[in-house]
Design a protein around this ligand. Structure first.
Ligand code: ZN
Length: 416
């Protein structure tokens, strides 16, 4: 009995040792597997990133600096056995400017922040997606492009110009206009500058809606003679919807035939001008004829609008001391003759305007021709894109600080 008990105990002890051994082996295998699985997941991470770039408007893009780094010591990871191409070589290639495309999606002529996206070139991208992804993880990091104003840099409410000095007075920055006053800070709200009142937003931006005109941009007076006519209403509607004004030197003999046109001129802020009654060359008329030619037109306009014309354009631009003496309003001639009455061709008229127009011009045209109306409609759009503003003759004189007086002759309102 006793012997058997001992033997059984011995056998139980062996079993226990064996079981413990198996458990230990199983655990060891488990750890081994875990390590293998873990190692499988922990591929080297290669980061390809674009550094941020700064440039000024209108400069050429200096190029993006792209660099590749790896988070672990990647040793000799072989990517392509045949060519003996290693991960180390791949990283070197990127750092030497090869194997990628890094391009900003930007307008280099406009201040702003843009993204510079980076990717492997097509060949490497295909290789990575076919095989290399098993050897390393690739992280692409886009960069930023900051296009700075070509004029300088903001410093709070002040603006530092490229030469390091602070902006003073009127300045166009980007698409906006500012006035930098005392302490070189931009003005806000309603302000008087050079004896004129201007309106600015809280951000210092010149208020395009509220102001009569922007002093940093060119301004001209469009003038139309010999009307009103069949195309005058079309022109007036176009002027109205495009925020442009003009001056109409009308013939007294035609005014009463187009009362709606004459009323509309006044309603949309255009100026009423006198071009005699029958297009008489005033230098050839008697004193009585000259006076009558002028006064009859004044009266015809007054009958419709309640007011006389505010300026006179003598037919053919011809005047002498007698005409100046009899004229009861300023005599307005012109500085740009479009020759529209001669050309009667939209493209030719446009070219004539395009090649010579400049700040302060008084432009001569005739609203009795279809071609003139078509040409000026197209030119207004084109010139507004260049910043041109269209005011009446009296407004143009006012913004140039010219006081118009009766019997005096004016050809242009160029800046002095
Ligand atoms: Zn005329």
């Amino acid at each position: 009995m006793k012997k058997m008990v001992i033997r059984r105990r011995k056998r139980n002890r062996y079993k226990r040792v064996l079981r413990a051994g198996l458990v230990i082996i199983a655990l060891a295998l488990l750890v081994l597997f875990a390590v293998l699985i873990f190692r499988e997941k922990e591929l080297p991470v290669v980061r390809v990133s674009v550094s941020d770039v700064e440039m000024r408007e209108d400069e050429s893009f200096p190029g993006a600096k792209v660099s590749a780094t790896c988070d672990v010591d990647f040793g000799k990871v072989i990517l392509d056995r045949k060519n003996k191409y290693t991960l180390e070589m791949f990283i070197d290639d990127i750092n030497n400017g090869m194997g990628y495309v890094a391009e900003p999606n930007a307008d280099f002529t406009k201040e702003g922040d843009y993204l510079i996206s980076v990717d492997l070139n097509q060949e490497l991208r295909e290789k990575y997606e076919e095989k290399w992804y098993k050897k390393f993880n690739l992280v692409m990091q886009d960069g930023h492009l900051h296009v700075k104003s070509k004029h300088g840099d903001w410093d709070g409410k002040m603006f530092v110009l490229l030469d390091g000095s602070y902006a003073e007075g009127w300045h166009d920055i980007g698409d906006d206009t500012y006035y930098f006053g005392e302490n070189n800070e931009y003005l806000v709200g309603e302000q008087v500058v050079d004896e004129r009142t201007y309106y600015f937003g809280d951000d210092g931006k010149f208020d395009k809606e509220k102001n009569l005109y922007n002093p940093t941009k060119p301004v001209v007076a469009l003038t139309f003679d010999d009307g009103p006519g069949a195309y005058t209403m079309e022109l007036l509607e176009f002027l109205e919807s495009n925020g442009a004004k003009a001056t109409f030197f009308m013939l007294g003999s035609k005014v009463s035939k187009y009362p709606d046109e004459v009323k509309k001129m006044l309603e949309i802020g255009c100026e009423l001008g006198n071009h005699s009654t029958n297009h008489l060359q005033l230098t050839k008329g008697s004193n009585g004829e000259v006076d009558s030619e002028i006064q009859k037109t004044h009266n015809a306009i007054k009958e419709i609008t309640g007011q006389k014309a505010s300026c006179i354009r003598p037919p053919y631009g011809s005047y002498n001391d007698k005409v100046k003496e009899i004229a009861d309003k300023p005599l307005i001639l012109w500085s740009l003759d479009t020759l529209d009455w001669e050309y009667r061709d939209v493209e030719k008229i446009k070219n004539e305007i395009r090649k010579t127009i400049k700040d302060g011009d008084v432009v001569l045209m005739h609203d009795i021709y279809d071609t003139t109306v078509q040409a000026i409609k197209e030119m207004i759009v084109e010139l507004q894109e260049e910043g041109y503003q269209f005011l009446t003759v009296s407004e143009l004189a006012e913004v140039r600080n010219v006081e118009l007086s009766r019997g005096k002759v004016y050809n242009n309102f160029y800046k002095k």
